[in-house]
Design a protein. Structure first.
Length: 144
């Protein structure tokens, strides 16, 4: 379900930027959906290798910027492969990468994300901290 939502949001961002920016041309929403799928596929394969090499060169200090640059490169690669999708120049591809990253981050934030460790939970009761099991003769306290 998350994959489908990410594809739909990415395709929506591509179509929206095609209406806003004159350098981006998309024939239809289905073309944008196909482009979003290919960008995701290439980011997971070729982009993963490029990110690894470039992050080693930058000592992982510029990881987010390198991720955006690699995504822009994948957008330009998809531009060469798909006939009904055209991006004129490097900066529009970089703008699509930034807008897609922001939109997907907002979607992840709105869904609540998968990182339960970062979410603030309700304050636990005092009984949960000092629950004892069995008799007190063994001297062990079990914390839940």
């Amino acid at each position: 379900m998350d994959f489908i939502l990410n594809l739909l949001v990415s395709a929506g961002v591509i179509v929206l930027l095609a209406y806003i920016m004159p350098q981006v041309h998309v024939k239809s929403f289905l073309t944008a959906l196909w482009v979003a799928f290919l960008i995701g596929l290439f980011n997971a394969t070729i982009g993963w290798l490029l990110r690894g090499v470039l992050n080693l060169v930058s000592f992982f200090l510029l990881e987010a910027i390198i991720g955006l640059i690699v995504t822009a490169l994948m957008i330009k690669l998809v531009d060469k492969l798909v006939g009904n999708f055209k991006v004129d120049g490097w900066w529009p591809a970089f703008a699509i990468a930034i807008a897609t990253a922001i939109a997907l981050a907002l979607l992840g934030w709105a869904r609540g994300g998968d990182d339960d460790y970062a979410m603030l939970k309700t304050k636990p009761n005092i009984e949960q901290f000092y629950a004892k099991q069995g008799s007190e003769s063994n001297g062990y306290t079990i914390y839940l």
